[in-house]
Design a protein around this ligand. Structure first.
Ligand SMILES: Nc1ncnc2c1ncn2[C@@H]1O[C@H](COP(=O)(O)OP(=O)(O)OP(=O)(O)O)[C@@H](O)[C@H]1O
Ligand SMILES: [Mg+2]
Length: 247
């Protein structure tokens, strides 16, 4: 099983939209896919039409008293299951910092590796103990970056932190998201990407109202706006990721 964490320290950059659309594409290509919604906001679960987590208790989960496999829920798409989230997950930070080390999340994922070929983690915007556990569990960190100075700066902070904490083995793949070609700054940044974007993905996801409508449809964009530039871009993102991961 390969694990992709869709992560950025910055909020509102499109992590959840990316995680949901990638997971949907993976499942369409018959990869047994699990999306673990690690954000107490529960947006990924909501987009996939799943309401609320059942009996989700970080303490018993981390101690092994609550098997993780019991938390997964079917979606209406074959080969795509989700571990939903809700506010009960808000204590995960505290529980993770209470002990057990940063490999706790990886240990939780281990028993799932026989059932799934891909696990996608939708991460909250944080550099808390949850983030450290995520970095230790993931094979790839997929980072949506909006072409603005603040968004680039947040990504540089993540890169520096990873270097400092010696997560050298973790593959970090940034890509530009919410690109509005009418904006000069966006055009300049995608024309001459800053050094931190080197080695990232080539796919560019445009700013699109179709993406915003995921909440209305409670579905990935490919379900209701197929053929639009944003839907095609997410499809392309999936192919580029699948190629990188040799899926
Ligand atoms: N390519 C896009 N074009 C237009 N709107 C987008 C795009 N991607 C995401 N959005 C919108 O931007 C908002 C934030 O997106 P999303 O929730 O995916 O970000 P996030 O990084 O997961 O946020 P958070 O840090 O709060 O978890 C949402 O309203 C979403 O619909
Ligand atoms: Mg999110």
């Amino acid at each position: 099983m390969r694990t992709i964490a869709v992560y950025n320290l910055k909020g509102g950059v499109g992590k959840t939209a990316t995680a949901v659309n990638l997971a949907w594409h993976a499942a369409r290509w018959k990869h047994r896919t699990l999306l673990w919604d690690l954000d107490p906001q529960g947006a990924a679960s909501f987009y996939l039409g799943v309401d609320g987590a059942k009996n989700y208790k970080p303490g018993p989960l981390l101690s092994g008293r609550q098997p993780i496999s019991r938390l997964k829920v079917d979606t209406r798409w074959p080969d795509l299951q989700v571990i939903p989230s809700d506010v009960s997950l808000r204590n995960l930070d505290i529980k993770l910092s209470e002990g057990g080390g940063k490999t706790q999340l990886r240990r939780l994922l281990d028993p799932l590796s026989e059932s799934y070929s891909l696990c996608i983690l939708d991460c909250p915007p944080t550099l808390s103990p949850v983030a450290e556990s995520i970095f230790a569990a993931a094979d790839v960190l997929l980072v949506p970056v909006i072409p603005t100075h603040l968004s680039i700066r947040a990504f540089e902070q993540v890169r520096d932190w990873l270097k400092q904490k010696k997560y050298g083995d973790l593959k970090v793949l940034p890509f530009f998201n919410m690109v509005d070609r009418r904006r000069l700054l966006h055009l300049q940044m995608i024309g001459t990407p800053p050094p931190c974007m080197r080695g990232g993905l080539k796919t560019i996801i445009p700013y699109s109202t179709h993406v915003e409508q995921m909440g209305e449809h409670r579905a990935p964009i490919g379900e209701y706006a197929k053929g639009t530039p944003a839907a095609r871009a997410f499809r392309h993102l999936w192919f580029e990721m699948a190629d990188k991961l040799k899926l």
